[in-house]
Design a protein around this ligand. Sequence first.
Ligand SMILES: Cc1ncc(COP(=O)(O)O)c(C=O)c1O
Length: 384
Amino acid sequence: MFDFDNVPNRRGTSSLKWDVKDGELPMWVADMDFPAPPCIRDAVIKRAEHGIFGYNVVPEEWYDSVINWWSSRHGIRYEKEWLQFSTGIVPAISSMIKRLCNVGDNVVVLTPVYDIFFHSIENFGRHTLESKLRYKDGRYDIDFDDLERALSDPLSTVMILCNPHNPIGKIWNRSELDSIGKLCYKYGVTVISDEIHCDITTPGKEYTPFAAVSDVCRDISVTCVSASKAFNIAGLQSAAVIVPNPTLRNKVVRGLNSDEVAEPNCFAAQATIAAFDNGGPWLDELNEYIVENKRYAAERLKDAPVQTVKSEATYLMWIDCSEITDNAEKLADHLRKTTGLYISAGNQYRGNGNTFVRMNLACPRKTLSDGLDRFIRGTKSYKK
Ligand SMILES: Cc1ncc(COP(=O)(O)O)c(C=O)c1O
């Protein structure tokens, strides 16, 4: 039994999430309030106690840990030579955008989606081409005609897929992934499948790795995974980039190396190995706790003029506020100013995000309860 009810105070620790004014409650960035499991802390302490912090290589065990985790938990067998270490998924995506498409090309995304994708695309002069997800009765799905329109544009060369999808918390099923793969193959589009949220899922709901769907999906794609979200170790900067196709792999690996994002710091591989070798029982309990937090939040929010989107993955709650606003930023500002609750305005994720907010539920239940009190109070006093 692990304790998710009591967590250390992160104020004054240079935490991006918690570097806020006294009295403010941050529930925005995808960073959990829970400490990493004891197996990771022990591995990091052991490495720190060595006392020498020179340059590092990726140890053999890192490959075994990643391969074993995906074969035992997610039913796909990755080969060692497909794997490349990277200092994070965002650095890897930015590097791949530069290598796999040209200035002025389109990168297709299903929106609303993780906002940093737009930065990785647009910072390097590429163009974001949105295919907006269809939203009806609190659920999202893919408009495949619209996706085909986007992919068939001759300037579309890459698609970034978020699997499972941040911020809506959806696990794409095999048939949806298969259709995406077929369309991308038809139009010569390379898929970057960002699977960083794959280990935070409702117990019993399994995600499908994009590369596991078919030979086509495997051969046209790059998959990005890490232990960062599920084990709360984003600050240790570690990810695995998986490229089965050797021609594509050659380009990606050259890019990661020339962008200098392919070498680990002293703790990155050690923490990842500890997570994937020994973190399973902790993760299973975490997922139970998060599901209960989601259930609790949905129940409490019945008192607010909003609708929660049903989610099976991530610890993020995507909340439909269309009854009270068409300006998510204004609503998020109002919540922060009047109640101190700091959550993410949905417009930053584009698509139909302008009437949504995103709330991070990876916190002790008493913190969640405080956040929900503030949210309910703030939405009640909000004027359009
Ligand atoms: C979909 C997605 N990809 C990537 C990241 C960040 O990855 P990294 O910290 O490895 O750069 C996040 C963080 O929230 C995310 O939600």
